[in-house]
Design a protein around this ligand. Structure first.
Ligand code: C5P
Length: 310
């Protein structure tokens, strides 16, 4: 068989249905019970043989994407090539549709996508476990982008157990102007815990646990039960750093959202709706409130990283 000219992979965004944050560990990370849910907004990563590694990007938010070696897609190609003693000479093109502002693992998605695409382009036939190990080196959220669906992430989020999930669940995402730094949000979470007198280390904070009602709601496809169980321990920290997000959340609640929460470390806000029609209505109302840059409507679950037909 001849070497393929290029390989394209589609990767989903995520929302955190539960983000339970344990204490600060000695290595600077936090133990999590992180219930990931893939949603139907996708980036497409295409890799093509080239003289040397380079990245391009397209899409409305393309100008905000780093096109150097810090991009997780570039780091994925370098890590995979190094493991096999080959050069990462590849042109990576990112067709970006996942909002860049943050909280939806868009950068992580591109890392997972580039990894799977390069593995196919270079005909390395890595096992999923081998790819997941490289994903975990790239970032705490990257392994989930590879598998999609729904999963519980333990450790710093990289140790995954797939979860049963039915759907569709209808979501609205409100994309803020400008991002929030994930390390800064975790630091603010620690600061708020210290300030409240509870302490912030693993010695002070109980181990984070997944909520059984949430796991059941995902498996049953019951949107109202899911709405009641959604939670995010990083939300107070995100709101502390960006108080205006409270107005965005309120706009969605006022418009009839079953639940409103910050997605991951934010600043993207997520709203669970009772139906596709409700989702459109909430998206229009949140946009009209003037409290965000744009809104997106989609459903979950969504499949993980998928190689597209040539
Ligand atoms: O793994 P990732 O590169 O996405 O993490 C970015 C930063 O977020 C880490 O350097 C750390 O400050 C914070 N983080 C954390 N605990 C986690 C995941 C991330 O403190 N479980």
């Amino acid at each position: 068989m001849s070497t393929p000219v290029s390989v394209s992979v589609r990767i989903p965004a995520k929302v955190n249905a539960q983000l339970a944050v344990g204490g600060l560990r000695p290595d600077g990370f936090h133990d999590l019970a992180n219930v990931f849910l893939a949603v139907g907004l996708y980036d497409e990563v295409t890799v093509t043989p080239a003289d040397s590694l380079r990245i391009t990007a397209s899409g409305p938010d393309a100008a905000q994407i780093p096109l150097d070696g810090t991009n997780l897609a570039a780091r994925a190609a370098v890590a995979l090539a190094a493991r096999h003693g080959i050069e990462p000479d590849v042109h990576i093109h990112i067709a970006k549709d996942i909002p860049v502002a943050g909280g939806m693992a868009g950068g992580s998605a591109d890392g997972a996508g580039a990894l799977l695409a390069c593995d196919a382009l270079w005909r390395l036939n890595s096992t999923q476990d081998e790819l997941l190990a490289i994903c975990a080196e790239l970032g705490s959220d990257v392994p989930f982008n590879l598998i999609g669906g729904a999963a519980l992430g333990r450790g710093r989020g990289e140790i995954l157990t797939p979860l049963d999930v039915r759907g569709p669940f209808h979501w609205v995402f409100a994309v803020a102007d400008g991002g929030l730094s994930t390390p800064a949000v975790y630091r603010e979470c620690d600061r708020l815990r210290e300030a409240s007198g509870s302490g912030a280390t693993t010695a002070d904070i109980p181990d984070p646990e997944p909520a059984p009602v949430l796991i059941e709601a995902l498996a049953s496809g019951d949107a109202r039960a899911l709405a009641a169980a959604l939670s995010n321990d990083l939300q107070p920290a995100a709101l502390s750093l960006r108080p205006s997000l409270a107005e965005t959340l309120r706009a969605g609640t006022d418009a009839g959202a079953l639940a409103a929460l910050v997605s991951g470390s934010g600043p993207t806000c997520a709203f669970l709706a009772g139906s596709a029609e409700e989702a459109e209505k909430i998206a229009d109302a949140v946009l009209a409130s003037g409290t965000c840059r744009t809104t997106r409507v989609t459903t979950s679950p969504a499949p993980g990283a998928t190689i597209l037909p040539a």
